[in-house]
Design a protein around this ligand. Structure first.
Ligand code: FCB
Length: 467
């Protein structure tokens, strides 16, 4: 491993506008449990929906799975040293529910919890703030067998699991995120079937949305009620910046529908205490009703200390009767390419969308501090003959997007932190290991970690900020 040398600062690099950010800004790197941990059946962990899904022929590129991943479960202390070596002051990671509560109900598994206790202790010892996500998609398979997120009971199971985690870590962790990207859990998992559990039932996706949000609300309230030390509670949404291709009423309606199902269906209940009436009507036209009971919306709209924003790209929409791009938008909507460069995921690089999104959130949902909990890019990196990984496109991606964050702050958005996705290359869900998002390159045959140029660049940026 050649990751221990601290990158040196160079004065010559352009400043993306750091002076617009608050002095206590958090700079971090992010990962999630299933994507990096491996050790899929160690110390009492049971299968999650992703372990099961990876075994379905054709579900994941190359039939890859998370059995070993980055072997982080065993290499955690070295990985934390690597994080600290970057100079960041925060690390966002998720807890694997099937490690901590293997049957999705019942008692905690002490060995699973021990891993996260050691991780938190290592981070704190090195001056890195732990930023916990309670759910980043690895639902215990036993709960899916009982209906998964479309079943209301799963929200209550989530609260019981969160209590076990809080009992173990609540005295040492300040930042708690309930869910990562509930739209992906609901729509990719239950409507499009391209993520676990691979179901294609649009009504189940809508029910999953509601129960994920209900689970969030239950956990947010419970975290505060049970807190023994001050804590901050948030949720992370994948939010995209959306525009219409033209002022044509059809295109404007395509924008309304797409933005409705992807952004407002989550933002409005969380921050305004009501589902958006137009989206509810769109769903009802498809014969789908959200299973809302009395009191649910009050439960969901708990105060948020931070709204986590995951941003990867922008989308421009047009009406097109022949198109059906999924995502729960319904038929008749097409995404119009903007002619920008694309990452290896095929996502267009449009940093200006991030500025627009952050400014919009500050305007439409005022009073909630924002944290960019994920932003980054996949490229086809290779280790060069000099042993280094030169990834100029990723450096430019980060530079332009951090500049976009600074511009949003300059325009008044209240932004408190930025987490690069990802600390290291990892299991990229349905894309398996072929998509590399890391600041750190992972050679999966040897588990050797190599800091890419982008890691060194990010490290210098953070150092410059703290000077
Ligand atoms: C997000 C996920 C994260 C990662 C990035 C590329 O949707 O939260 O786990 O896969 O995309």
């Amino acid at each position: 491993m050649n990751s221990t040398t601290a990158p040196t600062a160079t004065a010559a690099e352009p400043d993306p506008g750091l002076a617009h950010l608050p002095a206590d800004f958090l700079w971090g790197v992010a990962t999630s449990s299933y994507q990096i941990e491996g050790a899929a059946s160690e110390d009492g962990r049971t299968p999650s929906i992703w372990d099961t899904f990876c075994r379905v022929p054709g579900a994941v590129v190359g039939q890859h799975n998370g059995d070993v991943a980055c072997d982080h479960y065993r290499r955690m202390p070295e990985d934390v040293a690597m994080i600290a070596g970057l100079g960041v002051n925060a690390y966002r990671f998720s807890i694997a529910w099937p490690r901590v509560q293997p049957h999705g109900r019942g008692p905690a598994n002490a060995r699973g919890l021990d891993f996260y206790k050691r991780l938190v202790d290592e981070l704190l010892a090195r001056g890195v703030q732990p930023w916990i996500t309670l759910y980043h998609w690895d639902l215990p398979q036993e709960l899916e067998d009982m209906g998964g997120w479309p079943a209301r009971d799963t929200a209550y199971r989530f609260a019981d699991y969160a209590a076990l985690v809080q009992t173990a870590l609540g005295d040492r962790v300040e930042h708690w995120t309930t869910l990562n990207e509930p739209w992906c859990s609901a729509y990719l998992g239950y409507a499009e079937g391209m993520h676990a559990p691979g179901r294609r039932e649009p009504a189940a996706a809508a029910a999953a949305t509601h129960h994920l949000l209900l689970g969030h609300g239950l956990v947010a309230q419970q975290l505060r009620d049970r807190a023994t030390t001050p804590l901050k509670v948030g949720i992370t949404l994948n939010l995209s910046d959306h525009l219409a291709a033209s002022d044509d009423p059809g295109d404007l309606d395509a924008l309304r529908r797409a933005d409705g199902i992807a952004n407002r269906l989550y933002l409005d209940p969380l921050l305004r205490g009501a589902y958006p009436a137009d989206v509810v009507a769109d769903l009802e036209r498809q014969g789908i009703k959200l299973p809302v009971r009395d009191g649910d919306l009050e439960q969901i709209a708990q105060p948020l200390d931070t709204l986590g924003v995951n941003y990867y790209s922008h989308n421009t929409y047009a009406a097109d009767p022949r198109a059906d791009e999924g995502g729960g938008y319904g038929a008749g909507i097409r995404t119009v390419p903007q002619g920008a460069e694309r990452t290896a995921m095929g996502w267009e690089v449009l940093p200006e969308g991030l500025t627009r999104l952050l400014v919009r959130l500050g305007r439409d949902y005022p009073g909630t501090p924002l944290v960019i909990t994920e932003n980054g890019a996949a490229y086809d990196d290779e280790v060069a003959p000099d042993g280094q990984v030169h990834d100029p496109l990723r450096v430019e991606y980060f530079r332009s997007h951090i500049a976009a964050v600074c511009r949003a702050a300059e325009q008044g958005a209240d932004i408190r932190g930025y987490f690069a996705w990802s600390l290291m290359d990892n299991f990229e869900w349905a894309e398996g290991y072929r998509r590399r998002f890391g600041l750190v390159h992972v050679d999966y045959a040897t588990q050797r970690r190599t800091l890419k140029d982008s890691a060194q660049w990010y490290s210098r940026l953070v150092e410059r900020f703290s000077r």
